[in-house]
Design a protein around this ligand. Structure first.
Ligand code: SF4
Length: 396
């Protein structure tokens, strides 16, 4: 099986071509074709993204029509960071190694279990286990072992979906990470484990600008990260979460084209794909780079939702309530929670930016956020509100 690769020169040319077509007014005709379910290609999609004469609401409507009929149905999970230590040097991230302003914290396995128990009591049934990325050596081995233990602890407690966001892994690291996890006869991992590695930008030069280029920086290797999901498939995983950090590259047509190619590749390899579209946010000790406008975010989400009906677009509560509400009917996943380290209490969470990866816009308790979605008629997979739980679970 061929591993994923991109040709940055071709992507840049295709994005420029899409911009020219948008300027010539080809957008409305493409929107009509898209709405009528006629075939369009990725360059057509980028043209729609860049077409000022195609209203964002029209793209939203096309996306809505592509979703199952009836009330919005989304999935949820909550992030759980067990450390904010990292050997990466990503300029936009509060956890970067050189950031002296960040208050460093790492919690032990018992605290992770307590946090899983708290999330479970609060009704959450999907959890993303997060850490930094580490140079080869004992700290990397220890952090990966702790993440693997957290994953096992989550499944033991009844979580249905565990996402792993600890950087890209080598083949032998996958084998250790997944040792003992049940597999089907064809060696595919049975519980739902999703590997998360956002490329952030598919443009190698911009990637180096933000993620660095020193060989001892574990995050600096663009190509190694790009094929992480291929190693994950080979290791037996069938769920992947790529993503772009909107705001790093102003050429959003380029990023859309690259992401489409990546999603298509992963689906061809048999993966369920979760597409994350976080916007750049303020972070401890980092320059505040501008993100993307609300409108452009809605256009991106709409186009990807309509283009890949089997994939799930993920938006987090790093977004404010108004934009969550606007996107909910076309989303696959809305995540609620904090990027702080072991931040959860029985009814709240800590959100200090001086100890977190980035700033979160919506700091309401997750029950309020998800409760609002339920009250609007949405169905949420991965959340069991307290009043619906069995008395035995509520009381533990
Ligand atoms: S983005 Fe990830 S790898 Fe980079 S500094 Fe932040 S936590 Fe580390």
């Amino acid at each position: 099986m061929i591993t994923f690769a991109i040709d940055p020169g071709t992507l840049a040319e295709d994005s420029q071509y899409a911009a020219k077509r948008a300027a010539k007014g080809e957008g409305p005709g493409l929107a009509s074709r898209f709405r009528a379910d006629e075939p369009i290609d990725d360059v057509d999609l980028a043209t729609l993204l860049l077409s000022a004469d195609v209203a964002t609401d029209e793209l939203w409507e096309i996306a809505r029509a592509s979703r199952p009929a009836g009330v919005p149905k989304v999935e949820t999970f909550s992030p759980l960071y067990f450390t904010n230590e990292c050997d990466g040097e990503c300029k936009m991230c509060g956890m970067r190694r050189e950031n002296r302003a960040l208050k460093r914290e790492t919690v032990d396995a018992a605290t992770i279990c307590d946090q899983l128990d708290v999330l479970y009591r609060r009704g959450i049934r999907g959890v993303a286990v997060l850490a930094g990325e580490y140079r080869l050596g004992p700290q990397r081995d220890a952090m990966l072992a702790r993440a693997a233990e957290a994953m096992r602890d989550a499944f033991e407690r009844g979580f249905a979906h565990v996402l792993i966001n600890v950087g890209s892994l080598e083949a032998q690291e996958y084998d250790r990470f997944l040792a003992g996890i049940p597999r089907s006869p064809d060696c595919v991992i049975s519980p739902q484990i999703t590997m998360c590695t956002f490329q952030e930008t598919y443009h190698p030069r911009i990637y180096s600008k933000f993620m660095g280029s020193r060989p001892d920086n574990p995050r600096s290797d663009f190509d190694r990260r790009l094929v992480n999901f291929d190693r994950a498939v080979d290791a037996g995983l069938r769920s992947a979460n790529p993503g772009i950090l909107l705001g790093l590259n102003s050429d959003i047509g380029y990023e859309l084209l690259a992401l489409c190619a990546h999603v298509r590749h992963l689906e061809a390899r048999g993966m369920q794909v979760y597409i994350s579209l976080p916007r750049l946010r303020k972070a401890s000790g980092a320059e505040h780079f501008a993100g993307l406008s609300d409108d452009d975010l809605v256009r991106m989400v709409s186009l990807l939702t309509a283009r890949f009906p089997a994939a799930k677009v993920v938006i987090s509560t790093r977004e404010a309530p108004e934009i969550q509400r606007r996107l909910l009917p076309i989303l696959g996943v809305l995540t609620a929670g904090s990027p702080g380290v072991a931040p959860y209490g029985e009814a709240d969470a800590r959100f200090e930016i001086e100890a977190s990866q980035f700033e979160v816009a919506d700091q309401r308790p997750l029950e309020v956020i998800l409760g609002e979605c339920l009250a609007s008629g949405a169905i949420i997979d991965g959340y069991e509100p307290a009043e619906k739980m069995s008395p035995a679970v509520s009381a533990t």
